[in-house]
Design a protein around this ligand. Structure first.
Ligand code: ZN
Length: 302
């Protein structure tokens, strides 16, 4: 029996055929934000037809959606205009199989908890650091949603009266610890240190800054040390509120392992009750870009 996992992103729509928690066929389309429901239904049907698989071979469809969700309904979605829409029941009617739709960050967190870097954890937070900052909260092995839409981890205040965030507030973590923010910080610092070795890289990625850091580049050291303080301060807020046993770092930062280790070390030294309290394990995610699709399918039976 097969399952289908769908990950609706602001840029790409990913559809995966999943068997035994593995993505066996993947189709990636450019997201059509104006007609997303039709695109998901058509995309699934085309992928099945292209591979001579019948809908009757599909046990269920799980969809990760980028917005506030409650009971299969989109409450608010800034990137894909589908506010107050019962997307889960509409998709189920079109597809004729069991279908669930949940928040994409929650599902990626659930996948890491069930089959990824968070296996064995009871209380886990996943922080996804890419263009923006998202995430999901797992409490007692279940996705925690509050009254709907919990886990907007990028929108806690990090700098009072700081940069303007898309959510309408000033100084959100997303504006300081996302990879876009790291990039902007690097560009700013590189004008101060004109002799830096980061210039040699194509573009300014976290991994390029890290390479320069290891070569002893002064500019890279300043960037990384400021970034590590900022990110670990953000993570310490989650540690002190939730005291999870594990925090999983996903998104593009996953590949800058040394930065994660530096953040973990500072969190260990600075968390409340650090003398005797249980340490929070901080680790990179292990499922990469497939986490959303896998989590959507894993969540079908929950
Ligand atoms: Zn914000």
């Amino acid at each position: 029996m097969y399952y289908i996992g769908v990950d609706v992103g602001g840029t790409n729509l990913k559809i995966g055929l999943i068997q035994d928690n593995q993505v066996v066929i993947k189709k990636v389309l450019q997201t059509n934000a104006l007609d997303i429901i039709k695109q998901v239904v058509t995309g699934i049907k085309e992928m099945l037809a292209d591979n001579s698989i019948s809908m009757s071979d599909i046990a269920g469809v799980g969809v990760g959606f980028p917005g506030m969700m409650k009971n299969g309904r989109v409450i608010h979605s800034p990137n894909i205009q589908l506010d107050d829409c019962p997307i889960q029941s509409i998709l189920a009617d079109h597809l004729g199989v069991k279908t669930i739709v949940k928040n994409d960050g929650d599902l990626a967190a659930f996948a890491e908890h069930e089959i990824g870097a968070g296996v064995g954890s009871n209380d886990m937070i996943m922080l996804t650091i890419g263009t923006g900052v998202g995430g999901g909260i797992i409490i007692n092995n279940q996705i925690y949603q509050g009254c709907g839409g919990a886990g907007e981890l990028g929108h806690i205040m990090c700098v009072p009266n700081g940069k303007h965030c898309n959510c309408g507030r000033l100084g959100c973590a997303e504006k300081y610890v996302s990879l876009s923010a790291l990039h902007d910080m690097a560009v700013e610092k590189m004008t101060k240190y004109s002799e830096n070795t980061i210039h040699k890289a194509d573009g300014v990625r976290a991994i390029d800054i890290l390479d320069a850091y290891h070569q002893g580049d002064a500019c890279a050291r300043e960037i990384i040390s400021e970034y590590v303080v900022m990110l670990s301060d953000v993570i310490l807020n989650y540690c002190n509120i939730f005291r999870p046993d594990t925090i999983v770092i996903g998104g593009g930062l996953t590949y800058a392992r040394d930065i994660i280790d530096m953040v973990a070390k500072r969190c260990e030294e600075m968390h409340y009750g650090y003398v005797g309290a249980r340490k929070v394990k901080i680790v990179p995610a292990s499922l990469g870009n497939d986490a959303g699709m896998l989590g959507a399918v894993l969540s079908l039976d929950r």
